[in-house]
Ligand binder design. Sequence first.
Ligand code: UDX
Ligand code: UDX
Length: 467
Amino acid sequence: MGKKISKICCIGAGYVGGPTMAVIAQKCPHITVTVVDLNQARIDAWNDPDTNNIPVYEPGLDAVVAEARGRNLFFSTEVDKAIDEAEMIFISVNTPTKTYGTGKGMAADLKYIELCARQIARVAKDDKIVVEKSTLPVRTAEAVKNILQNTGNGVNYQILSNPEFLAEGTAVEDLHAPDRVLIGGDTTPEGQEALESLVEVYANWVPRERILTTNLWSSELSKLTANAFLAQRVSSINALSELCERTGADVSEVARSIGTDSRIGPKFLKSSVGFGGSCFQKDILNLVYIARSYGLKEVADYWEQVIIMNDHQKRRFATNIVKTLYNTVSGKKIAFLGWAFKKDTNDTRESAAIYVADDLLNEQAGISVYDPKVPESQVYSDLDYLETRASEKNKQLVTVVTDPYEACKDAHAIAVLTEWDEFKEYDWIKIFENMKKPAFVFDGRNLLDTNKLKDIGFKVYSIGKEA
Ligand code: UDX
Ligand code: UDX
């Protein structure tokens, strides 16, 4: 039996920490859950009386927050206080790809993880269970343990790895009914006891047989590998999409044909403009870096190819737009429907839209962006982050609007970058009438009804299908 937990703290109120803790609080009313973050604005938004304004958009999350907040779910910037009071501390801070030094562009930057460990070591006065929630390179727990044990106040720490498998857009659903929860811990009796404490938290709503326990290293590596396998499937089907376009095969039909083989399965075979999100690219690069650092060149090259294929898919979408618009988009208006990396989220990290826009801006296109959940400031900051051109230039070439019909008005072409359901419901006749002719649609998600659009008069390009 593990110690019964009554106070949890989570450092990092982001896309993972926020929803995960909200659901733990909802399902465990006997546990006080405090989510802390350095970012005051983010915490203020989590505390906004109107749950429409919480900083992470996820279907159903507002209701979970409304139910638990103020009861046993709290958001605060008082990090030290929360650490001091908690028996179990989750670390859910971001681990971006390093932008400097050794491993630049590939390795995970663990500075925030280390800062958290040092802060816990400084503050803790009694025994703590520290849970890695962020996705981390295998053997990170060793570093965390070292810092805690060597700089701490002589208190005992147990480190657990409890990686997140939720996907954005379905986070609440994934948390309510996960395929599995994975918990890794030390194989010592103390490690197993800590592990059991966390099992008991999840057992409040997850069936025991779905709670897998492993050693620390298996758990850490399983998380990176799960993302690499999923991303590899998208890159595999996207590699075939280009061949389909050349041969008259239809990528959706190919996906259906192979996906009905139960050994392959139907999921993650939807061809697209390329995968995005905070995890796939970062985690694969990290895996490549780890393999390379062990001298495993072939292993590293193999996984790197998944990223190369994804970059190719984004680039060829942009190139095709330019080529189709008579080899020039200079001064033309291209409407972007969608900016988020997938539907039902306001997250834009590594979204294919950013890279497609960047390529088109290099060709001096004007872009008008509409996304139902992404604000103007985010679009500009995503483009500025690439440092391809001056910020003023991005502002000059890109406009962000809150009405899709305005985005498409007088456009030469529409590019669908995110598969938001509402795009299917638009009045496409009205859109057609207000566009420049010929009116092109480039459907980067194979979302729209191609035949209907063609009947209206659009020229339509879909991924992996003959034009
Ligand atoms: C992060 C990781 O990127 C991912 O690998 C992991 O699986 C889960 O955690 P996410 O929640 O999407 O993903 O990150 P983000 O939305 O950026 O949230 C992290 C939060 O931590 C931010 O709000 C940031 O302000 C906060 N933070 C960061 C701290 O409070 N303290 C720090 O020292 C660093
Ligand atoms: C992913 C993992 O699924 C999740 O388990 C992990 O914890 C975090 O990373 P997420 O980034 O939220 O989750 O999104 P996911 O649904 O996996 O999609 C990633 C990208 O692949 C998106 O850009 C999506 O549009 C794209 N994709 C997905 C496709 O292009 N085709 C598909 O068939 C599936």
